[in-house]
Design a protein around this ligand. Structure first.
Ligand SMILES: [Zn+2]
Length: 467
């Protein structure tokens, strides 16, 4: 039996292959020898009989643009090693780590330290480090972006917070662009939405929680896009990536900006697609079931409230939004406005969540449940499987735009980078089944479709399900 970190030998016959590199999916087989993808074959006729997308599927390894691995500074919540282990369990073979650690990753030495922690972990999952935009993430002056580029960052972000200063945001966009790297912004007008406990609306009113309105996101996105339009005139290589967009209105702005040719990309999270703010009140149904003919259903009248309210695992920033906004996130995923699904994996130690709702840390430990939530949307007939896989592979690869992350797809002669999922199996999300140190998930106690059987990164075993 191969151990984690070692080259894999693999014979997969009669599985459903999904290759977003070529846009092809269908029955097939593949052989891996010494970690190298030796052959890929597509089956036809009688050989393909009985093989469909509801059994075992094989896809390229997933790429997460947005994860919080908490090291250095909060190793009780996660470490680079535990985070990469959780990623592999979720089917991810490349992870971009956000720099809002303590201290933040805002100098090249910190970038290199994160890279060596990944190396020391023994996990073959690729770690790509994002550098902070501003020194100390304080929003006062730019961090040494050029130094960090030399140390190999994948881009820059002050995530956890926006770059509030328009002048600094403009300089950073231009500087990062001249280095050929994207700037990932957490778009939020903190003067408007800061401190919000829930999406502003019926649920926040009923629960008596401070609301954060959609406009706090929409106005921040509008500012970012206006500045981008200025900057690209002088720096055509500038690239803006808006992470965890959660409102229909913000996604509409991105849709229009792209149609006008602006170099902007964006992602949505699995929880903003599949969950809605009624989860704060104790509902536990998917967002697409909370809406009927475009109109919100009443979770109390429907009997959809099955859990206690104020579960702090539902507190996240941006907040879980109204079902209409979740539907807009899903629509953006389907039509390609959202290039990628990013997990915003935000593990927390129990102590930071076992408090009253308004004091709880924001975030969901989500890298292991991302694929399951998307597959739930696929099962509900809301999302084509190929599109879900693209948003986890070729979409984020395009955002990174770098050749140190191999282009996702099945290419013979290259180290295998893939995930094998049993679509027919469901698994129970529980503290025991999560590899992350952060067990802060509103999905605990629920079942998700699609059990990851195997993750292979760069030809080496990253995860294998227990027998
Ligand atoms: Zn954020």
């Amino acid at each position: 039996m191969t151990e984690v970190g070692h080259p894999v030998e693999l014979d997969i016959s009669r599985a459903w292959l999904v290759d977003p590199g070529t846009g092809r999916e269908g029955p097939g087989e593949l052989v891996v020898r010494g970690g190298v993808l030796e052959s890929v074959g597509w089956l036809e006729g009688t050989a393909a009989a009985g093989v469909d997308a509801t059994g075992v599927i094989v896809a390229p390894g997933f790429i997460d643009l947005h994860a919080h691995l908490r090291e250095p500074g909060n190793e009780a919540a996660e470490t680079i090693a535990s985070g990469l282990g959780a990623a592999a369990h979720g089917g991810f073979t490349t992870v971009c780590a956000m720099p809002n650690t303590e201290p933040p990753i805002d100098v090249s030495a910190a970038v290199l330290a994160a890279a060596s922690a990944a190396e020391a972990s023994g996990s073959p999952v690729r770690l790509r480090v994002l550098g902070a935009v501003t020194a100390g993430r304080r929003g006062e002056s730019l961090a040494p972006l050029g130094d960090m580029a030399e140390a190999g960052v994948a881009g820059y972000s002050d995530d956890g917070a926006p770059v509030a200063s328009a002048v600094l945001f403009r300089s950073a966009l231009a500087y990062a662009g001249s280095l050929g790297l994207p700037l990932l912004d957490h778009a939020e007008d903190v003067s408007h939405g800061g401190g919000g406990e829930a999406a502003d609306g019926l649920i926040s009113t009923v629960l008596g929680l401070r609301g954060s309105p959609p406009a706090a996101e929409v106005t921040a996105v509008a500012r970012d896009l206006a500045i981008l339009a200025d900057v690209v005139r002088d720096v055509p290589t500038a690239r803006l990536h808006l992470t965890h967009l959660s409102t229909g209105a913000a996604l509409d702005l991105v849709r229009r900006a792209r149609a006008a040719g602006l170099p902007v990309t964006c992602d949505v999270t699995p929880h903003h697609v599949a969950l809605s703010d009624e989860w704060l009140a104790g509902a536990r149904r998917f967002a697409w079931d909370a809406i009927d003919d475009g109109r919100r259903r009443d979770p109390w009248r429907d009997g959809a409230i099955v859990a206690p309210p104020y579960d702090t695992s539902t507190r996240v920033n941006p907040p879980l939004r109204a079902p209409e906004d979740a539907a807009a996130c899903l629509a953006a995923l389907v039509d390609g406005t959202a290039d990628a699904v990013a997990t915003d994996h935000a593990p927390h130690a129990e102590i930071d969540k076992a408090v009253e709702f308004g004091l709880a840390a924001n975030g969901i430990s989500g890298i292991e449940t991302a694929a399951g939530l998307l597959l739930a949307a696929v099962d509900a007939g809301r999302l084509p499987l190929l599109r879900a896989i693209e948003a986890l592979t070729t979409g984020p690869a395009r955002v990174l735009g770098r050749d140190d992350v191999p282009a996702p797809g099945f290419v013979e002669g290259r180290p295998a980078d893939l995930v094998v999922i049993d679509r027919a199996a469901r698994w129970a999300v529980s503290p025991e089944t999560l590899a992350s140190r952060g067990r802060n998930s509103p999905l605990l106690g629920l079942e998700l479709p699609g059990r990851v059987l195997l993750s292979v990164a760069g030809g080496r075993l990253a995860y294998r399900a227990p027998d």
